[in-house]
Design a protein around this ligand. Structure first.
Ligand code: ACM
Ligand code: ZN
Length: 757
């Protein structure tokens, strides 16, 4: 019922957007601070002018001129002073990046605090216009006044171009998308173990050797996924391959000329670029050409991470400073990112040069040696007028008060607080919420949307050190632009509101409707967005007589193909057009299709005709279940009970016992007493893997290593007792929750009185 109501609301909103655009509140993302809609209209027509009142805004005016021409075939000329659309700067009543956009029957006035504010205003103006591509679209705008400014100064996207490479045009399209949603920081992860992507003239082997590789395990996994997921977006693009002496190599890099072009392109769109040359770890692509940088000329992997460079040698520090000297020339921005994450320090313990350095400086641990390296590099940054950002490992071993922390390790929950309390600035990107390379399901968007970037226990001054939010997209398993866009959107739209809107301006229901209304805009931009989830069934569904599959509409223009023979749904497969009646056990694969015919996700579901499982004869004596904790380092639940047993705990619910932490394998056992014969629905949420068995039958398979993921399954049960077993593992704390779902679709905890042992 609820789902249908939501769909109705979406449909009404969309109808009103398309037919009565003039009288509705426009679907602008991120939601502006204030919007007042008037009654008159203003029509955009070729032959009109864009007036520039402050010469610094000329690139913004050219950007607008180009958009009006490409998207709407409107020819506007530029002129100094007032025009039909006028751009000006005035700081009165406006804060950083703030703007006022006034559409009246006489014209359009954009007054901004600064250049970035002007770009933000242009994006709002674009979103007031119809979706590009319709030649007959009505280009008249309702009168409106928007007054707007961002909540946070830092609204970023980090892209890893090392693991897989994106060329100049692909980066420009990402910058276009970021600008459209008012994101203003592009953090460019240019180097890592798997590839060096920026030309450094002093060290030509960085790209000569470091930009090219034989296919690695990530490449091979991608190629395999292209087959098993029937998804061409996992293929390595042909233009990133080259044949050298009969060998196929993967790679690519940006020349310094390319970088300058991209920096200018970003600047025109109000986006700063933060380059990252990750060091002292994650540096194998450079070590490949310059092995003297390491402690023992070694190249490869230690116990956990790749072997780093040797901070004991002056030559290493000179090399790092020289590389950054060229980076400073290319990127004219205040912030530069040193990386400094995930450093394998075992060789430093054995290296005479490292140990000598530590002794000379009175450093007691290798963590302090790493902190010394970071501080040395920070001095060099500062001497060149730059400020250093590092991943949150820079907090270990002592941090300088002027460094900015990028908090990524979500499992260390107090980094933002700790950093701010020490007086350091913090950018928030904890992996559990902001790693856009992680898988997506129906919960991903709401949990990102509701993220609160400001812990309440900080003073106002400490809160002001929280610069904002950033999404990071690591590209080990993202080999193409299409796959990158799929992982980015529509999450990027939610990120946009998290970074821009104050809490009182955030509204999940409104955002979701706007997001659906924006899908045609993403289509017009050729963005390979992830289609919102298909709803209306569980992973495993049980029926005794017959079942009816009813799938609510996802969004206008999105269709659904399906198969029942195990084959991949294709454009030729039957389409879902209305309720499907199922009378025999059937495995379905559903697949969404975008308006342009490209395929979205496949969703597997089984419908099982089943008699209720008979009740067990047993006489348990207590309420609750028993949890056994194993020292389990594997990745499959089936192996947990072969590991070493560490202890057993009585529990009144199914979850992780409070005594259990670190390396976890759990086997939770007991009985479930059901009050009447019927079909029961269970939701098993875990990070990492879990399994649910009832009376020895597998009900839910949520196995394998993964971020938090819920799977829902059903079983028919006779009144009485049934054995229940949950297996679970994780290496770092994780999460585990088993709930039931009632007839209205609501998750409910399992009453302790129903659990027996
Ligand atoms: C990171 O994910 N290693 C910053
Ligand atoms: Zn060393």
């Amino acid at each position: 019922m609820k789902t249908k109501l939501l769909i109705c609301c979406v449909t009404i909103l969309l109808l009103s957007v398309s037919c009565h655009r003039k009288t509705t509140i426009p679907a602008i993302i991120p939601e502006p601070t204030e919007m007042v809609v008037g009654t008159g209209t203003y029509s955009l027509k070729s032959g009109k002018t864009i007036g520039i009142k402050t010469s610094e805004l000329t690139p913004a005016a050219e950007y607008l001129q180009q958009i009006l021409s490409t998207d709407y075939a409107l020819n506007f000329t530029l002129q100094e002073g007032t025009g039909d659309i006028t751009l000006s700067i005035d700081t009165t009543g406006l804060s950083n990046e703030g703007y006022r956009l006034e559409v009246t029957s006489k014209g359009i006035a954009i007054t901004a605090h600064d250049y970035k504010g002007t770009i933000a205003a242009l994006q709002s103006l674009r979103q007031l216009l119809p979706v590009p591509g319709d030649e007959n679209a009505d280009l008249s705008l309702s009168e409106i006044t928007i007054q707007d400014a961002p909540r946070f100064e830092w609204r970023g996207i980090m892209l890893d171009v090392s693991r897989h490479f994106y060329d100049k045009e692909e980066i420009k399209r990402l910058l276009d998308l970021m600008a459209f949603y008012k994101l203003n920081k592009f953090h460019w992860h240019l180097t890592d173990d798997q590839g060096w992507r920026v030309e450094i003239k002093q060290y030509p082997e960085l790209t000569g050797k470091g930009a090219w590789r034989h296919f690695n395990s990530h490449d091979k996994t991608c190629m395999k996924l292209a087959e098993t997921e029937n998804n061409p977006d996992y293929n390595l693009p042909k233009d990133k391959l080259r044949i050298v002496e009969g060998d196929t190599l993967y790679g690519g890099y940006y020349t310094q000329e390319d970088i300058r072009e991209i920096v200018a392109y970003a600047a025109q769109r109000g986006i700063d670029i933060i380059p990252e040359i990750d060091m002292p770890g994650h540096f194998l692509a450079a070590i490949e050409g310059y092995p003297y940088l390491t402690c023992f000329k070694e190249r490869g992997w230690g116990a956990t991470f790749s072997t780093p460079i040797c901070p004991g040698k002056d030559a290493t520090l000179d090399f790092c400073r020289n590389v950054y000297n060229e980076i400073f020339q290319l990127f004219p921005y205040q912030y530069v990112h040193l990386g400094a994450d995930e450093v394998e320090k075992t060789n430093w313990k054995k290296c005479p040069a490292c140990q000598k350095r530590m002794k000379q400086l009175g450093l007691k641990t290798e963590e302090e040696l790493q902190a010394w390296f970071v501080k040395e590099m920070e001095k060099h940054f500062n001497a060149n007028g730059r400020q250093l950002i590092g991943w949150d490992e820079i907090l270990e071993g002592g941090i300088s008060p002027t460094a900015t922390i990028a908090w990524w390790r979500g499992w260390i929950p107090d980094v933002a607080e700790k950093g701010a309390k020490q007086g350091n600035q913090v950018i928030q990107c904890p992996n559990s919420v902001f790693y856009f390379d992680y898988g997506q399901d129906s919960k991903t968007l709401p949990s990102l949307y509701h993220y609160n970037p400001v812990p309440e226990n900080l003073t106002e001054e400490q809160q002001s050190l929280l610069k904002g939010v950033q999404a990071n997209i690591w590209c080990e398993w993202i080999p193409s632009e299409a796959r990158m866009q799929y992982m980015l959107t529509p999450r990027l739209l939610a990120l946009s509101e998290v970074g821009w809107c104050t809490t009182d301006k955030k509204n999940w229901g409104r955002f979701r409707n706007k997001m659906i209304a924006h899908l045609p805009r993403l289509d017009a931009m050729n963005i390979n967005y992830r289609i919102p989830d298909i709803e209306g069934f569980y992973t495993k569904n049980v029926f005794t007589d017959q079942a009816i599959i009813e799938i609510p509409e996802i969004a206008p223009g999105i269709s659904i193909a399906y198969t029942t023979d195990g084959s991949f749904p294709s454009a030729n497969s039957p389409r879902y057009t209305g309720p499907i009646t199922v009378t025999e056990s059937t495995d379905f694969i559903f697949r969404t299709i975008r308006p342009n015919g490209t395929m979205g996700d496949m969703v597997k579901t089984s419908y099982i005709k089943s008699k209720p499982l008979p009740a067990q004869k047993a006489t348990p004596t207590e309420n609750g279940v028993t949890a056994s904790w194993y020292h389990f380092l594997g990745t499959r639940c089936a192996e947990i009970e072969s590991a070493e047993l560490k202890g057993s705990f009585k529990m009144d619910r199914i979850g992780i016992p409070k005594e259990v932490h670190g390396v976890i394998g759990l086997s939770i056992n007991g009985y479930l007493e059901v009050p009447k014969t019927g079909i029961y629905t269970f939701a098993l949420l875990s990070d990492d893997g879990s399994m649910l068995y009832i009376d020895g039958e597998e009900i839910i398979n949520n196995d394998g290593e993964h971020s938090p993921k819920e799977i829902i399954g059903q079983v028919a049960l006779e009144q009485g007792l049934h054995t229940i077993k949950v297996l679970y593992f994780d290496r770092n704390g994780g999460s585990l929750q088993l709930q039931m779902i009632d007839e209205s679709g609501k998750h409910i905890p399992i009453d302790t009185k129903l659990l027996k042992r």
